[in-house]
Each structure stands twice: as structure tokens, then as C-alpha cells.
Design a protein around this ligand. Structure first.
Ligand code: CTP
Ligand code: MG
Length: 251
């Protein structure tokens, strides 16, 4: 097998640097190892994520790992990554990742914990955002009714028609993202994504419709769901499930 069938066609993202924060502890997963190392389709979850990003042939991929992580070296794909040590929060880890980026220009931050991301969606994000100065993110509209709750009491129901779930990748000019995250940290903001830091600068990023299967593996039952989605994607793309899930031969 040669290149990896992840719906990316022949295009490459040679002016984009990916940053993959993988320095979290996976506390909500409750497993003995961090969730990025749990098996998914016969490989560590992180390998599945890296494979999808590397298939797009980015200029650089910076992988951010925890200081005490002894597992990353065995993950397929890391030989093509720049590896840096992260911090206590996601924002600190992404800032550390930005420190490893060698070029100015576009960066895309993608959670290690989103192994089902589709190459086609990443390319659509790029096409929708690369001519802007604001950057943008993938997301999907909320389908459930959302409640603001305080102490188990419903306070209000925000208008769902304006609500989207933020996913990754999130794509921004490198220097804008560095300033936004530094300012967010200085102000002690609780940032759970990059766009929040950008918004705090009064910059309005684009929202680009992604796919509902780009889940963030968070709780134990998400692993089976992610495996199901990977298999479904293989069926959709007409590839054998085995070649889609594992890539032992190609680099
Ligand atoms: N992450 C990171 N550094 C941190 C915290 C999170 O690089 N200090 C990364 C995670 O590894 C993950 C992504 O950010 O790929 C999204 O975070 P999340 O889903 O919250 O992962 P964890 O923090 O590992 O999980 P939990 O919050 O359940 O502990
Ligand atoms: Mg977390």
C-alpha cells in the first residue's frame, strides 16, 4: 500500500503547520494510560490521528507530549514530527507547540483525541479560511436544545439556531495565535480552544461546517464510537477496513 486513503486526494497542505496537543491526562476517560495511547483500530489512538494529518503532507507537524510521557516514541508517525513538551493546560501545551513551529504563516491546531477527522473537511477549512486574516475553525450546529444550568436548576435556554459545537482543526496565522494565547494566559482566562483566545482580541474567526463523526474521544464509550466511525469511513471510501485502520507499510 502506498498513500493512505483518508479522502484527501492528491492535495497537500505544504504551507500549513499542524500542532497536535497530546499532553493531557485523559482524566474523564479514567483509564490507566492517557487516552491518546489507548488502542483504536489496532493502533494507539494517537497514531490514527497522526496518520490522517500526515496524509495531507503538511509543512511541519509539531506533536506536544507530557513531560513524563514515555510512550510517544513507539507511535507510528512520530518520526515525521517535531516533538515538544507541553504544559498544565491545553493553552500552555499549544503555546509550547507554537514554540516548535519553524515558519510564520498558517497553523492548524488539532486535538490528538480526534482520530476520526476527515481529510476532506480539513481541506475545506483551509479553502474557506486561507484568504482571511481572522482564521477559522471546524464545527457542527447543535441539534439538542441547550440549557444553562446552575446547581441542577435550569436558568435559561439559549436560542439554538446560533449555537455550534466547536471542533478541531482550528486554523490561525501563527503570530496572531501566539499573541492571543499569551494574552489569555496573562489574564487567567479558562481557554478550552484556540478560537476563544482569538475572540477575546475582538477578532471573529470563520465557522466552517465539519462532520458529526469528528468526535473528541473523552469518555470510555467514545472509543467504541470512534472505532465504528473509522469503519464507516472505510466503507464509504471503498477501502478495506484493515487498510483504512492500519498502515504498517507506508511512511
Ligand atoms: N491537552 C494537552 N495539554 C493539556 C491538556 C490537554 O495537550 N495540559 C490535549 C489533550 O491531550 C487532547 C486535547 O488537548 O488531545 C483536548 O483535551 P481533552 O480532550 O480535555 O483531553 P485531556 O485533558 O487529556 O482529558 P481530560 O480533560 O478528561 O483529562
Ligand atoms: Mg482536558
Amino acid at each position: 500500500m502506498t498513500e493512505i486513503p483518508v479522502g484527501s486526494g492528491q492535495r497537500s497542505l505544504d504551507d500549513v503547520c499542524f500542532i497536535v496537543p497530546a499532553a493531557g491526562r485523559g482524566e474523564r476517560m479514567g483509564a490507566a494510560v492517557s487516552k491518546q495511547y489507548l488502542p483504536l483500530g489496532g493502533q494507539p489512538l494517537l497514531a490514527q490521528t497522526l496518520r490522517r494529518l500526515l496524509a495531507l503532507r503538511p509543512r511541519q507537524l509539531v506533536l506536544v507530549v507530557a513531560a513524563d510521557d514515555s510512550r510517544w516514541r513507539e507511535v507510528q508517525g512520530v518520526e515525521r514530527c517535531t516533538v515538544v513538551v507541553g504544559g498544565d493546560t491545553r493553552a500552555a501545551s499549544v503555546l509550547a507547540g507554537l514554540g516548535g513551529v519553524t515558519e510564520t504563516g498558517w497553523v492548524m491546531v488539532h486535538d490528538a483525541a480526534r482520530p476520526c477527522v476527515r481529510g476532506a473537511d480539513i481541506l475545506r477549512l483551509y479553502d474557506a479560511v486561507s484568504h482571511t486574516t481572522t482564521g477559522g475553525i471546524l464545527g457542527v450546529p447543535v441539534t439538542d436544545t441547550v440549557k444553562a444550568v446552575d446547581n441542577n436548576v435550569v436558568i435559561t435556554s439559549p436560542d439554538r439556531s446560533h449555537l455550534w459545537l466547536a471542533q478541531t482543526p482550528q486554523m490561525f496565522p501563527r503570530d496572531l495565535l501566539v499573541s492571543a494565547l499569551q494574552q489569555g494566559q496573562a489574564q487567567g482566562a479558562r481557554l478550552t480552544d484556540e478560537a476563544s483566545a482569538i475572540e477575546a482580541l475582538d477578532v471573529r474567526p470563520r465557522m466552517v461546517a465539519g462532520s458529526r463523526d469528528n468526535i473528541k474521544v473523552t469518555h470510555a464509550d467514545d472509543l467504541a464510537l470512534a472505532e465504528y466511525y473509522l469503519r464507516q469511513q472505510a466503507v464509504e471510501s471503498g477501502n478495506s477496513v484493515e487498510s483504512h485502520l492500519s498502515d504498517k507499510t507506508s511512511k
